[in-house]
Design a protein around this ligand. Structure first.
Ligand code: G
Ligand code: G
Ligand code: MN
Ligand code: NA
Length: 250
C-alpha cells in the first residue's frame, strides 16, 4: 500500500507534527489544558488529517509506533509549559487494547519528567463496548500511574449514561454536535444537563467541545460545563505558538 509506505517514511523522517488546541477553564477563564492533534505533512497531498490516515495506521499496525511518537512528543512538549496546564493525547481503540499501553505511557512520562497528573488520555466509547472487563483493567492500570482519563466525543456512539457510572473517568468531553445545537435545541441542552449532573456527582470535569460563539459559551457555562474547547478561543496551533501563548499567561 502506497499510504502505508508513506506513513512509515513519515515516522522515520520526521514528517509528523503535533499541534495543540487550548482548553479553557470556564470558572477562571484560564487555559488549563491543551489537546495534542496529530498533523502529517505529505509532500504531495499537503497536510493530511488524522481522520484520513489513522484508519490506515490502525489496519497496518503502524498506529502503535505513531501513537508512541505522539505520547513521547506531547509529554516532552508539556514539560515546557506552566505546571497548571495539562496535555491531552488521543488514544485509538487499537492502542488501548495493547497490553503494553501502560508501560509505554510510563516510559513517556519517565523520559520527559512530566508529572503524571499533567497527562490526560482521551478515549472513545468504542473501547468500552468491545470488552468491558478488559477495558476496566486497562483504565485502572492507567489511573494507577496517576494520569487522567477523558471520555472523548461523548454522545456520538452508543452513549450510555451507565458508562459514566461504571468507568472511572476524570473528564467527559461532550461532542460538538450537541454544542452546535445547544442554543436552539432544548433536547441538546437537556442531555448536557444530565451529563453535567452525573459528572458533578463524581467530581469529573465536563468539557464542551466545538464552542464557536459567545452565545454557545454562555449557554454551556450556564448548563454547568466546567471547561470549553473550540474555535471561539482557538483552533489547534503549532507547538511554538502555544508555548508563547501559555508563557504570556493567557
Ligand atoms: O483536527 P482534527 O482533524 O485534528 O482531528 C481529527 C480526528 O483525528 C479527531 O477524531 C481526533 O481525535 C483524531 N486525532 C487527532 N490526533 C490524534 C492522535 O494523535 N491519535 C489518534 N489516534 N487520533 C488523533
Ligand atoms: O474527535 P476529537 O474531539 O478528538 O477531534 C477534535 C476535532 O475537532 C479536531 O478535528 C479539531 O480540529 C476539531 N475542532 C476543534 N474545535 C472545533 C470547533 O470549534 N469547531 C469545529 N467544527 N471543529 C473543531
Ligand atoms: Mn479528542
Ligand atoms: Na472529541
Amino acid at each position: 500500500r502506497e499510504l502505508e509506505a508513506d506513513l512509515r517514511a513519515a515516522l522515520a523522517e520526521g514528517g509528523f507534527e503535533l499541534h495543540y488546541q487550548p482548553q479553557v477553564d470556564l470558572r477562571s477563564d484560564v487555559v488549563n489544558g491543551c489537546e495534542a492533534l496529530l498533523r502529517w505533512r505529505h509532500q504531495v497531498r499537503g497536510m493530511v488529517s488524522p481522520a484520513d490516515f489513522v484508519p490506515v495506521a490502525e489496519e497496518t499496525g503502524l498506529i502503535e509506533e505513531i501513537g508512541q511518537w505522539v505520547l513521547r512528543t506531547a509529554c516532552a512538549e508539556a514539560a515546557t509549559w506552566p505546571s497548571h496546564v495539562r496535555v491531552a493525547v488521543n488514544v485509538s481503540p487499537i492502542q488501548f487494547r495493547s497490553e503494553t499501553l501502560s508501560l509505554k505511557v510510563a516510559a513517556a512520562l519517565n523520559e520527559s519528567g512530566l508529572d503524571p497528573r499533567r497527562l490526560e488520555l482521551e478515549i472513545t466509547e468504542a473501547v468500552l463496548i468491545a470488552d468491558d472487563d478488559a477495558a476496566l483493567v486497562t483504565l485502572n492500570q492507567l489511573r494507577a500511574l496517576g494520569i487522567h482519563i477523558a471520555l472523548d466525543d461523548f454522545g456520538t456512539g452508543y452513549s450510555s449514561l451507565q458508562y459514566l457510572q461504571r468507568f472511572p473517568f476524570d473528564k467527559i468531553k461532550i461532542d460538538r454536535s450537541f454544542v452546535k445545537e445547544v442554543t436552539r435545541n432544548s433536547s441538546s441542552a437537556s442531555i448536557i444537563r444530565a451529563v453535567v449532573s452525573i459528572a458533578a456527582d463524581r467530581n469529573m470535569i465536563t468539557t464542551a467541545e466545538g464552542v464557536e460563539t459567545l452565545q454557545q459559551r454562555e449557554t454551556v457555562q450556564n448548563l454547568g460545563c466546567t471547561q470549553m474547547q473550540g474555535y471561539l478561543f482557538s483552533g489547534a496551533r503549532p507547538a511554538q505558538e502555544i508555548r508563547a501563548l501559555l508563557a504570556s499567561g493567557k
